[in-house]
Design a protein around this ligand. Structure first.
Ligand code: PAF
Length: 277
């Protein structure tokens, strides 16, 4: 497993990777969800590049970048047995040197849901992912369905900016009670950890209605709200029933649809989603 920090080191190591290359971009503090992306990349590509970079430009002013969990030694030990060829761990100064002033902004699909609650977030995500694509030149790039809007933004960007690669979306990996795996779950303890299972319960209840033939977006959202309201430690930020690609809210569900939500459990903000249809 090769390690690179500088862009020159990365480019030199990349030259020797012939055949299909899969990229798994992460912000580190890896969990089973990330490892499943690496396994899928490994199964579909000759070589796998993993990037670990806590991207400062996707954090808002009120989001504590310095508290984002980090453990490089543990991350490297976790991925070593998986056969990752190259790990790139650039610094913020390498990614955004003095004088930096170029940004990628994906419009409509960035605006609702997470975009409305975290202004500027997707500008930071799209910019860093475009830079990761440019430097690593992958044939395929792997992202988790858990960050559904991020996936929609990156898919749109890859088409609009003619990146010659496939964006591969991998299923959300869950704990036994259904809680979607996330680096932020580390902040959930005791009763808060227990309460966090309510996101999966709310999505499952709405999905059951859908499977029973319900197609009203309002009714499906109402069911999610009802389940969330039964958990005193959960504070709802939004629930949504939207078109999978455009993220426009749907009065009547038809085609591929995204049920999604953001919920505060204590101080920890969690997101989750199910895809219908
Ligand atoms: O999903 C993440 O971990 C990040 O948003 C990503 C895609 C690595 C960009 O910083």
């Amino acid at each position: 497993m090769n390690l690179a920090i500088n862009i020159d080191e990365l480019r030199e190591a990349r030259i020797s990777l012939t055949g299909k290359v899969g990229l798994v971009p992460t912000m580190g503090y890896l969990h089973e969800g990330h490892l499943s992306l690496i396994r899928q990349a490994k199964a579909e590509c000759e070589h796998v590049i993993l990037t670990i970079f806590v991207n400062p430009t996707q954090f808002g002013a009120n989001e504590d970048l310095s508290k984002y969990p980090r453990d490089m030694e543990r991350d490297l030990a976790l991925v070593k047995p998986l056969g990752v060829d190259l790990v790139w761990t650039p610094s913020a100064e390498i990614m955004y040197p003095t004088g930096y002033q170029t940004w990628v902004e994906v419009e409509a699909v960035s605006y609702p849901l997470e975009g409305a609650n975290r202004p500027g977030h997707f500008k930071g995500v799209a910019t860093v992912v475009a830079k990761l694509f440019n430097v690593t030149q992958p044939d395929k790039a792997y992202f988790g369905q858990k960050d559904a809007q991020q996936v929609a933004v990156i898919r749109r960007m890859a088409v609009d900016l003619n990146f010659p690669l496939d964006v591969v979306v991998c299923p959300t990996v869950r704990e036994a009670d259904g809680l979607a795996m996330s680096s932020r779950n580390k902040y959930l303890e005791g009763e808060y950890r227990k309460a966090a299972g309510v996101l999966f319960k709310a999505l499952s209840a709405a999905k059951l209605l859908y499977e029973g033939g319900e197609r009203s977006g309002e009714v499906l959202k109402g069911k999610m709200k009802e389940v969330l309201a039964n958990e005193p430690l959960a504070e709802l930020q939004y629930v949504s029933c939207a078109d999978y690609d455009t993220l426009k809210e749907l009065a009547i569900v038809k085609g591929k649809t995204l049920l999604s939500m953001a919920v505060l459990i204590g101080k920890t903000r969690l997101i989750d989603n199910f895809v219908l249809g």
